[in-house]
Each structure stands twice: as structure tokens, then as C-alpha cells.
Design a protein around this ligand. Structure first.
Ligand SMILES: C[S@@+](CC[C@H](N)C(=O)[O-])C[C@H]1O[C@@H](n2cnc3c(N)ncnc32)[C@H](O)[C@@H]1O
Length: 474
């Protein structure tokens, strides 16, 4: 049995390096890989002191080595690691900038780890001399070379090249994991999962549960011989931002179907409204911005400026409901309704409304619920195109669309605006949406926030079924 349960094989090409291909038909929802991380570490630059075992915040430090933080509930950390750290002199002050690299060097004393780690892509030659190389030199490599770590590690020659290679492996291969005790993330290495190539419309979903166990499952049927992919970037960004993040962080120019299509598969997530005709949109083809209806051409630098301004306004509006709505209204006049900046504004507004609706001291009125449902409906329309098949984001958006819709129905019935039959129809539609939301989240690990949400939806569904039964009996 190979690491992909014999469902996939690992191949190699000049363009992709190593990649994963299915060797049998795989069903939607089927698990392709489960894996434990070989390394977890805080994000470089993060100042929070975290326990080196459970990664929860702690003020305590290991009493034996006096180097790595460890919380009272975790007991001692690895003995071997502790012994090396005891001998480490001139420990750099900003621990999180060097924590992952130190732990990696200690792990490299184990041949099995070393063998796996040495096969991982670091893009050393592409990274050499770049801005991120220089940042890693100043924050990680130089401070570590100022210690005596070189004399403590036997299995590898600790020099600037090796330390940069470790930083490169982290950048190219690491997965984000939610911190166990709040908002924020950690980084982790899963060497088998990292073999999957990228696609902006991928055919798998990667989930990591509260115990840091990863599960990768198919988000649609995958035919034997297909490339197995996951999305390395944010699918709700526009093409230029996705491509830029992949080029800067993963060192390749994405040529997937979505990136190669000027309309982004018809989602128009980067399109601009045409200033010259009522229904047209400007899309970018070979650096030209041209209207699909009337062929009007716009200056690329003006479009770039417009989008930059919109992004800036979005940042300036963050957390402020009134400002976000004003910015959304302003840029809806010039950007396509599915433009990624508008989608982000809608997500931010929706998050604020969610907090208001969930606040037990607040009584949301019909208008607020309608706004919430409308925004979730619009976000869903985009997700249906860029995330076809099973999608956690779609499940959440559908859930957040269904709840206010049913509440509006109940309020309208209570105030005599709709009949019993109309209410029943609304609740039956909600029931259908909740079932679909539950299906979207049903493959998520039970021990994860998404798994918990799936359970909440199941409870809501049960109550709704009772309510509908009750209404039918009136
Ligand atoms: C996480 S690693 C994947 C495993 C890697 N191919 C290997 O051999 O170790 C990410 C790297 O794979 C390559 N890659 C992944 N998806 C790609 C794609 N769609 N197009 C081009 N290169 C890709 C790039 O070199 C990228 O930096």
C-alpha cells in the first residue's frame, strides 16, 4: 500500500517536478490521503510565545533547556531536542523567526526525516538574492549562524545555504494550520500532501483537524489518469493576484484553465464595467482591456489604478459596516458585480452582520436579515463558478443564506404579510438549502470547526423538519 492508499501514483515532469496522478476512478468525497505533519512551527515574524508541543499561548519556558516555551499541561518536550537546546549558546531573541529552522535541524539528525526533507522542493536558485532571501538572511540565517548550532548538529553541514534551503522548503511546501486557541495560524509540513500540484479550480479539498491531522478528499469525481490538485492560493482573488502570489511564493506562472481564461470561467472576477455601453464588461486579453460587447479599449494603467484604489478603500473600510457599504456602493458602479474586490467587501459586510445576528442582546430587523441573505446569495453565485463540486466555502455561504431567509419568512408570517402556505414553501426551500450545506460539509473531519458546523446544521435541520411538520398539521 503506498501513501495514497494505492489510489494515486507520484510522477515527475520538467514542468511540475513531482506531482500526483490518480491510478483509479475516485468518487466525490472519497479520502485520498490522511497524514500527520512532520513539523509544525509559528509564522515567521509572529510575536506570540507558543508552547512547542501544543502551540497554545504560554508564558512558561522549559526549565531544562530554558529555550523553548512549554505550557504546564504539556510536560517535557522531546529529550533529544532539549539536550541540544541546553548546549545552544546566544539564542536569537525573536524565537519564532528561528523556531521552525532549529526544530528542523534537530529532526534532521534522524535519517528518515532527513531523507524525506531533502527531497522537498526549495527553489533555491530562483530564490537566491530575492527580497525574501534577504529577509530570511537577516531574520533567520544570520541570527542562527551567530550561535553555536553548527557544532551541535552532526548529520548536516549547517551553513547559510542549508538554512536558506530550509526557509525555501517552508515557503514552497508549508500548509497553514489554525492556532488551537484563537485567531491566527501556524505553518506545517506534510510531505506527501505537498506533492500535489496546484490548480486554481482544484479537484481536492485539504482539511486539517484540531489534532493537526490532515485529510485530503476529492471535491468531485476524479477519473483514473487525472492530475490530483489542490489550490495553493485564495480562489476568491482575481487572476493577477493569484498568479502574483504563486509566482512570488511558489515560483511558477499558473497556466490553469481559470488563469488562462480572461473571463475567469465566466465568473468575471477581474472584469470592469464598460464605460461606453450599458451591458458590457472589459476583460483583459494580452495586456489589452477590451469590452466584450462594444470592443471599447481602456488604458491598462487606468484599470490598474482603479483596482488599486478599490483595494485601498477596502482596507481602509475594514471593520466599519457603514464605510464598507459606502465603498461597495461606490465601486459597484465601475467594477463587475463579481469583481474580487466587491466579493471581499461583501464577505466583510456579511461577517459583521453575522456577528450582529449571533449577538443575543441584538434583535435584527427584516432589512438586516435581507441584506445578509442577499450578500450570501451573491457570494454563492461566484462560488458556484469558481468552486464547482463539493466546497466548504459554498456550504458555509449556503448555510448563512438559508438561516436569515427562513427568519424573514417567519417574521413576515407573524406580521401577516405572507400566508401559511407561503411560509411553508420558504421553510421547505430552506430545508433543501440546509441539506445541501450539510452535504458540502459532511466530508470535513469531525474534530474541526467545519465538522462542528456540519453538526450544528444537522441540529438546525432537525428543528426545521419539526417546524414544517407542525405547520402542515395546522
Ligand atoms: C508544494 S511543491 C509540489 C511538489 C514539487 N513539485 C516537488 O517536486 O517537490 C510546489 C511546487 O511544485 C511546482 N508546481 C506545482 N503546481 C504547479 C503548476 N500548476 N504549474 C507549475 N508548477 C507547479 C512548482 O515548482 C511549485 O513551487
Amino acid at each position: 500500500m503506498n501513501k495514497f492508499n494505492n489510489k494515486c501514483s507520484v510522477e515527475k515532469s520538467d514542468q511540475l517536478g513531482r506531482y500526483v496522478v490518480s491510478v483509479q476512478d475516485i468518487d466525490e468525497g472519497e479520502t485520498i490521503l490522511t497524514e500527520k505533519p512532520i513539523l509544525i512551527f509559528p509564522v515567521f515574524g509572529d510575536e506570540t510565545q507558543r508552547c512547542c508541543q501544543c502551540f497554545k499561548e504560554t508564558g512558561d519556558i522549559c526549565k531544562s533547556c530554558a529555550k523553548f516555551p512549554i505550557c504546564a499541561s504539556c510536560g517535557p518536550h522531546n529529550d533529544f531536542e532539549c539536550q541540544i537546546l541546553q548546549k545552544l549558546e546566544k539564542m536569537p531573541r525573536k524565537l519564532n523567526n528561528v523556531f521552525g529552522v532549529i526544530r528542523c535541524l534537530v529532526e534532521m539528525e534522524n535519517d528518515e526525516f532527513s531523507e524525506v526533507f531533502n527531497t522537498m522542493e526549495a527553489h533555491q536558485s530562483e530564490r537566491r538574492g530575492t527580497a525574501i532571501w534577504k529577509i530570511h538572511h537577516n531574520t533567520t540565517v544570520d541570527p542562527l549562524l551567530g550561535t553555536n548550532i553548527k557544532s551541535l548538529i552532526k548529520n548536516a553541514e549547517v551553513d547559510s545555504d542549508l538554512l536558506q534551503r530550509i526557509c525555501g522548503v517552508f515557503v514552497v511546501n508549508s500548509f497553514d494550520i489554525k492556532v488551537p486557541d484563537g485567531v491566527g495560524c501556524l505553518r506545517s509540513l506534510f510531505p506527501n500532501a505537498a506533492l500535489l500540484a496546484h490548480d486554481c479550480v482544484a479537484n481536492t479539498i485539504v482539511s486539517i483537524d484540531d489534532n493537526f491531522q490532515m485529510k485530503i478528499y476529492a471535491n468531485r469525481d476524479i477519473k483514473s489518469g487525472e492530475l490530483v490538485t489542490y489550490c495553493y492560493t485564495n480562489p476568491l482573488w482575481g487572476t493577477s493576484k493569484r498568479r502574483e502570489s504563486l509566482l512570488v511564493g511558489k515560483y511558477f506562472h499558473c497556466m490553469c484553465k481559470r488563469c488562462e481564461d480572461s473571463s475567469e470561467l465566466g465568473s468575471h472576477m477581474s472584469s470592469i464595467l464598460c464605460p461606453s455601453c450599458p451591458d458590457g464588461s472589459l476583460i483583459q486579453r494580452n495586456s489589452n482591456w477590451r469590452c466584450v460587447e462594444c470592443n471599447t479599449i481602456e488604458d491598462p494603467s487606468e484599470i490598474e489604478e482603479l483596482v488599486t484604489d478599490a483595494e485601498l478603500s477596502l482596507t481602509e473600510s475594514e471593520g466599519n459596516l457603514r464605510l464598507l457599504e459606502t465603498t461597495l456602493r461606490r465601486y459597484s458602479k465601475v467594477l463587475h458585480k463579481n469583481h474580487h474586490v466587491l466579493v471581499e467587501l461583501k464577505q466583510d459586510i456579511s461577517a459583521i452582520l453575522r456577528n450582529l445576528i449571533n449577538d443575543p442582546t441584538f434583535n435584527p430587523n427584516v432589512e438586516l436579515l435581507q441584506r445578509k441573505a442577499q450578500l450570501c446569495g451573491e457570494i454563492l453565485d461566484v462560488l458556484k463558478i469558481v468552486q464547482p463540486g463539493i466546497s466548504v466555502m459554498k456550504g458555509i455561504a449556503l448555510y448563512e443564506f438559508a438561516l436569515p431567509t427562513s427568519d424573514i419568512g417567519r417574521m413576515n408570517f407573524d406580521s401577516g404579510k405572507i400566508t401559511k402556505d407561503e411560509l411553508k414553501r420558504i421553510l421547505e426551500k430552506t430545508q433543501k438549502d440546509l441539506k445541501e450545506a450539510a452535504r458540502m460539509l459532511s466530508y470535513e473531519p469531525l474534530d474541526s470547526s467545519e465538522g462542528q458546523l456540519a453538526r450544528n446544521i444537522a441540529m438546525d435541520l432537525k428543528e426545521l423538519q419539526e417546524e414544517i411538520k407542525d405547520i402542515r398539521s395546522w
